[in-house]
Design a protein. Sequence first.
Length: 461
Amino acid sequence: MNTLPQTLLLQEGGSIAQDAKPGYIYHTFEVRPGIAALRVRLSYRKEGVCQLYLSVFGPDGYRGTRMKPGEVGEVELELTFGAGGASLGALAGAIEPGTWRILLDLERTHHATEYALSVEASLEPISFPSPPPAAAQNGRPGAGWYRGELHSHSHHSDGRTAVEDVVSAARRYGLDFLALTDHYTTAGWSELRSLAGPGLCVMTGSELTGHGGHANLHGLSEWVNPFVDGDGWTVNDAAQATHAQGGLFCVNHAFSLDLGWRYHRFDWRQADLIEIYHHLEGSANTPQLTLWDSLLRQGLRVTGVAGTDSHDPYSGQHRLGQVFTYVYAEALDSRAILAALKAGRAYVSLGPRLEFSATSNGRPVGMGESLEAGTEVRLEAKLSDLAFPARVLLMKNGFYHAHKDIAAGRDSLKLQFSDEDGRTGDYYRLEVFALKPQGGDYSNGREWERTLLLSNPIFLT
Ligand SMILES: [Zn+2]
């Protein structure tokens, strides 16, 4: 846009105090008819932690977000967009005349700073390479167990790679489905849709990145307002808006210090999913299991899922394919995967495969299903692809019920458990941990760094 005729619509600044609380800062500007493109820029000096993110809204709605949380020094955030395309994080489309709004999200700060904001308008169209149209096929028919990733970021938010790299890594590491969950923005969706195919189902989502916690909004067809810390729009409203689109709300990394969950007015009945295994969170995964059990004991059917939270799909702890969420879906497509997740026909695995069922007198039921209470409950786990000798724990209502230690092996191993005192409201789930090579210690073996698999529950009604 540098070479095009342009006018300056806004040049303003502001200051952030050292002890500023997280919150939103608004600026507005007017756009007259006939403008073809806008460039909005924010610059500020960042000495340490000072997360200030740039979002723009036109008279007709949201137009994009730019964030660079990792950078220090002079931070420059830019959103350029028009009918001819858009820069990273921004949404292409015509420039509507009227009042526009800039939202600066002060996510947190540990030092004072000054910022400068500018808006330039161009009468000449801009052009960005536009992604090809959506792929003809997104997944394939046929019921079965499918495995995928529910938490990933691209360079449209704070991921380090293009959407195409996230998708190629998903294929390379054997995923059947991939949810792109960039912070705030939907800018990566069109490229994502163009990269789908019969072997990989792509799912459009976003990560609500609020001042009181993060949540993945899955299965969205349009943007849901993630700015839940002002304007009378709450996290409960965002969850309802997600459900209105047929989507699912997932509470992410609930114990990640100041990125953990602190929405104390959140209505937990709105939670469909919870991350019970987050690949970057280490020992903070242990309280996530405890939280999950406290929800399940209240009778809330929240499905436990995994998240890599990948910001770099080929690299280190962020590499895709180290932990999976498996679902039993009626087809490999977005609606069927969401339905399977909602129903709890799912487990988290770092390698092994599982079939888990329970019977009393009649037909066996699987994960997410309910068995009639009253007689002895017999539970059966079939495990395969075990790379390590393992301890399999049957948990009842979140507490230890029984365990079996098994050898490594590719072949399916059948384990049986029983409970003579199953009552309505009880639930059973499995945890599998790699056994320590030396043995001989007195821990119970439930250590997150040895996690191999976490099932979803079977319920008694
Ligand atoms: Zn997050």
